[in-house]
Design a protein around this ligand. Sequence first.
Ligand SMILES: NC(=O)c1ccc[n+]([C@@H]2O[C@H](COP(=O)([O-])OP(=O)(O)OC[C@H]3O[C@@H](n4cnc5c(N)ncnc54)[C@H](O)[C@@H]3O)[C@@H](O)[C@H]2O)c1
Length: 392
Amino acid sequence: MAKIKLGVFGLWRGGSFLDIINAQDDAEVYAICDKDEDKLNAAAARLPEHVLKFTNFDEFIECGMDGVLLCNYFHQHAEFAIRAMERGIHVFSECTSGATLRDCVLLCEAVERTGCKYMIAENYPFSPALLEMERLNREGTLGRILYAEGEYNHTATKEDLRGLTPGEYHWRGWMPRTYYVTHALGPLMHITKQMPVKVNAFAVHSDVLEEYDDFRHNYDALAMMNCITDDGALFRFTGCTAMCSPSGYRICGEFGGAETGRTLGSKVNVTYHSWTTPEGKPQSETYAPESHAEAAKTGHGGGDYWMVRNFVDYIVNDVEPFFNVYRGCAMSAVGILAWRSCMEDGKTYYIPDFTNPEERNKVRDDVLTPFPNENGNVTLPCAIGKKMNPRK
Ligand SMILES: NC(=O)c1ccc[n+]([C@@H]2O[C@H](COP(=O)([O-])OP(=O)(O)OC[C@H]3O[C@@H](n4cnc5c(N)ncnc54)[C@H](O)[C@@H]3O)[C@@H](O)[C@H]2O)c1
């Protein structure tokens, strides 16, 4: 079988996909690109000699690949996705589609104009526990989902955070707490198949994080967002937080609910009302769902395997992944607009329907961003800081 040729752009996160791609029967790593030569050479040392190496994106995308994995800076995925698709290259994008509403509009239009395949590589929904919750919801015994929670916690020592934030204008030093939303909201959307319609949010300032001001300016510890969905449910979720507990997810239906993470670890608990428990099932049970053998060998509970497999299946077999460009942009818009809500005392914002050209036009010129350009200029603050902190 001829293998599709994949390129990997950005070899920090991108390094986790090299072995997974080369383990597939129908895909191979054809080219890699990073401007950081140490990362480029370290990745090259793990790959066959014939793999092409680049430090420049424009040269990289001329090399003849079928698809590219964009694992570059968080706030720059849209512009590189568009440049790749303009050359007929399919795109797998790390986990935000756009950093501004304008990015989201231009990205949707590029997918439609070029006919290229685009997926957002949101991997958290594909752990065994979250796939089991998706199966439980599909089975129907939980009833209509009324409420769901997603909490993504990622704490690190000051030294580790410094390592993850190289350079004065690195995105990790300037990212408001609502923007890294896909790991918390993505699983809820994937489990329930519901779309966010409107959002509001509050952020919480941390004195401890403010001490890291020499290299990080986003010294809120967390933001909590609320969305009403297109099926009338309430989703409550974080972006990326500095709270001291493992991540966790919960869905509550009219007849029963399920949860994972936090004190349950990778197990799932399913609980029904006494009067809605399906025949032959316990009212409440906790169990560890089975893992897929190949996925279990890879990172993020197997999610990284499914990202590669979904992208290859999309290109080779035309199976469209759940996280297409419209769902990707909806998630990005939730993070972007929730941040405005945090700065406006919880004001509610409607999420544009990016399938609708009229709704796109309303936000086409919206370029506000907390991420600095090469001169350090931003158009939004990245923390509520003390300004909206009631604790004087
Ligand atoms: N899904 C997950 O579980 C997960 C985990 C980690 C990171 N990520 C995502 O992966 C992306 C990258 O994050 P990271 O942790 O690797 O850190 P990072 O953003 O610091 O690394 C980006 C890499 O891309 C390279 N790069 C950026 N712009 C380039 C350019 N114009 N030309 C050549 N090389 C360029 C940099 O040199 C660097 O090696 C982010 O979007 C992040 O959110 C996702």
